[in-house]
Design a protein around this ligand. Structure first.
Ligand SMILES: [Zn+2]
Length: 370
């Protein structure tokens, strides 16, 4: 509960001090860190301290093996790719997509969507193709901006059901004379397409162009614009040239995937490709646990340092008398030393005033007698 309150307060303060937060400053006090709000900053702090947040103990041997096979790939990227099973043969050890509802889900030749799964919030866009509501909103926004700059763009394909994807793949195999090896480079098998997730759109510069125009899209100003600006609307270039080792596909300049503005912008700013790397770094189960463990460790360290630095509080002893209760009718007992002092003062007073008085009185009586 306390932690939630702190998180909410911190989130509110982020809104006020967004420019500071955007610059990636992490507070010096780990007590204020939140695994959600400061997720990426904490990961950066961990890396600065020589810890990879995405290093998962159970994969350590596979990291070594993949790194030995591809020594040119930096080790932090090796970790990310192995985390999403890039080191395994395509379609050899298929895992279910953990949460098909998530905008940032990863579906590829290693991860599959359930047979009967389709998004519940599909809406139609250009030429009557469907995407999820959020995707439609940002696509329309992007399209409007592009048209203001004199660039036209149309959604040619979007959502495809499991069975529709099966038809596409089967036709692809037929086209390549029953050779799945070649078909697999171009078509996703059923359950393995981003189109089933309702998060992908194939775009072209005009409607009604035959599919042979797909590759030519790479030569258009629309494509250049998308590469520089699509992230502002949550879209990423999903299958860039030179990344088929990780994505399983050759370049597809027409295929744009929605992952949300925040993630897409982060990928753009980190100059990170492909999405497999982003997912393997930040989104695989286990990374969040590592971040949480690091926060806890830093908080404990911080508390220990604080305790050492603070001065000792004054010691309470039994010799100190308890303070008098306010408005009490009972006079406090004077201390023994005080009582002795007052007796001495009374005796001295009697001696100082009394002796001269006796002398004066005696003299007056003697005068009268005389
Ligand atoms: Zn596509």
């Amino acid at each position: 509960m306390v932690k939630q309150v702190i998180c909410v307060l911190f989130a509110a303060s982020l809104l006020i001090f967004l420019p500071v937060a955007a610059s990636g400053n992490l507070s010096d006090n780990p007590e204020t860190w939140c695994e959600d709000e400061n997720f990426y900053e904490i990961i950066a702090a961990m890396e600065a301290a020589g810890i990879y947040a995405h290093f998962l103990e159970e994969n350590s041997q596979r990291y070594e093996d993949y790194h030995a096979e591809y020594p040119d790939i930096a080790f932090d990227r090796v970790i990310a790719f192995v985390n999403v099973n890039v080191d395994k043969e395509n379609y050899s050890d298929i895992q279910p997509v953990p949460d098909p509802e998530k905008i940032t889900l990863l579906v590829n030749k290693q991860f599959s969507l359930p047979v009967d799964w389709s998004p519940s919030d599909l809406v139609s866009i250009d030429n009557d193709v469907n995407v999820r509501e959020e995707v439609a909103f940002y696509f329309e926004l992007m399209k409007t901006t592009m048209s203001e700059e004199g660039l036209s763009i149309y959604a040619i394909n979007a959502y495809r059901s499991y069975s529709a994807q099966k038809d596409v793949y089967d036709r692809g195999v037929e086209r390549w004379f029953g050779a799945p090896d070649i078909a697999d480079q171009q078509y996703a098998r059923a359950g393995h397409s981003e189109h089933q997730a309702g998060l992908a759109i194939d775009v072209l510069q005009s409607q009604g162009l035959p599919s042979m125009w797909d590759a030519a899209f790479e030569e258009t100003s629309q494509y250049e614009w998308l590469k520089e600006n699509a992230h502002r609307y949550g879209f990423i270039f999903r299958y860039p040239r030179g990344y088929s080792q990780y994505t399983g596909y050759n370049i597809e300049p027409w295929h744009w995937r929605y992952i949300g503005v925040e993630a897409a912008t982060r990928m753009y700013e980190m100059n990170m490709m492909p999405f497999e790397e982003y997912y393997g770094r930040f989104l695989v189960p286990g990374v969040l646990e590592n971040v949480r463990a690091y926060i806890q460790e830093q908080q404990e360290l911080f508390r220990a340092t604080q305790a050492e630095a603070e001065p000792e509080p004054p010691r309470v002893t039994t010799e100190t008398p308890p303070p008098a209760a306010p408005n009490s009718d009972v006079e406090p007992e004077p201390a023994a030393a005080d009582r002795t002092l007052s007796r001495i003062l009374i005796i001295m007073g009697i001696l100082v005033v009394g002796i001269p008085a006796v002398i004066i009185i005696t003299k007056v009586i003697n005068k009268r007698k005389a």
